[in-house]
Every structure is written in C-alpha cells, then in structure tokens.
Design a protein around this ligand. Structure first.
Ligand SMILES: [Zn+2]
Ligand SMILES: [Zn+2]
Length: 193
C-alpha cells in the first residue's frame, strides 16, 4: 500500500485537511488503489520564500518541491519509513512556467510531488464546493504522479480543467479507463507489458 504524505503550507489547516484525507482515500479506493494518507508536519509550513517570483508575482512550484523533498527526507529518516508520493497544499497563486495558470501541478521528472492551491479553488465556493474541488484536483495531480495523462471524459478527474466550471462538472470517481490504469491489479493492458 502506498503512503502519500501531505504537506500543508500557508494557511491550509484544520477540517479541510481531514476532509481531503477522507475523500481522497475513498476516491482512490473506488479505483482499486488503497492509499495511506498522512500529514507529514505538526503544523502548516511557512511558504518557501525562494519560491516567490517577484516579476511574475506568483509562487513557482519548484520551490515547494524542494521544501517538500527536505521534509520528506527528514520524516523518512526519523521514522524509518518510505513515503511514495507527496501532496503539497497551499493558499497562494502558483505557477510552473511556461504554465502560468493552474489549480495544481505535479513534477514530471520524478513523479513524486504534486501540489494544489486553494487560491483559485475557493473563489465563490461554499465549504462543500471547496471540499469537492480540492479532492478532485488532488486526485488529478496525484493521478499524474501515477503516470495518468489527461482524459477525454469531462466527468473524469483526469480531464483538463481550464476553469472551476470544468472541475465542478467532474465526478469524484475515475472513469473506467483511468481506473484500469491506476488500479494495483490492472496496469498491464495499458502499459503494454
Ligand atoms: Zn493535468
Ligand atoms: Zn479518465
């Protein structure tokens, strides 16, 4: 079973984390992927200062990945465990140039880190809507770390979402194709092995 560590930065704390953990476990379990999800820090981390780009007036995701790498290594060393994926949460406007607008990103190199910001997700959202948007976006970015690409089915969390409208139309469940790619038992057919 994979261990996903959550690192909250900025003002993301409290019930929103508890709900995200519960909802994410359920969403991935429906796809046949059992995850252990835990918060890696005792309190929210300060925003990584180096991540802020004065010219862009946004935070670059690499700074968050570097901070997350340090925290992950430290927790692994202290507790003698291995963390498979890290999900960073934040409340500031993030970018990954050349992509300047996104609700979340994931690192394409190591497929280890995913990041989601509530900065745009919380605009005009009730508590329930924000909760739903957050779990769908987290599933999308974590899905990328598991090798999933964008999905053509607009109802699937792996479909592209230029705005929150598209996110709100998604289900909290991967489509059959993505489920098959994701599930612990079903890789072969799609990976061509
Ligand atoms: Zn994507
Ligand atoms: Zn899909």
């Amino acid at each position: 079973m994979d261990l996903v560590g959550i690192i909250p930065t900025g003002k993301v704390w409290g019930l929103i984390l508890r709900d995200l953990i519960l909802d994410s476990k359920t969403l991935f379990e429906k796809a046949g992927k059992k995850l252990m999800i835990d918060i890696l820090t005792e309190r929210p981390c300060p925003l990584p200062r180096l991540a802020y780009d004065k010219d862009l007036r946004k935070y670059r995701v690499e700074g968050f990945y570097l901070q997350a790498f340090d925290i992950k290594s430290e927790v692994e060393r202290l507790h003698n465990i291995s963390i498979d994926k890290v999900l960073v949460l934040t409340d500031v406007d993030i970018c990954d140039p050349p992509c300047m607008n996104g609700f979340g990103f994931s690192d394409a190199v190591n497929r280890m880190f995913a990041i989601v910001s509530i900065f745009k997700l919380e605009k005009g959202a009730s508590e329930t809507v924000l909760r739903d948007r957050l779990v769908k976006e987290a599933a999308h970015e974590l899905g990328h770390t598991y090798g999933l690409d964008h999905c053509a089915k607009s109802i699937c969390p792996m479909s592209d979402s230029p705005s929150t409208l598209e996110i709100d139309q998604k289900a909290k469940e991967f489509c059959p194709r993505c489920t098959e790619m994701l599930s612990d038992s079903g890789y072969g057919r799609y990976w061509g092995v």
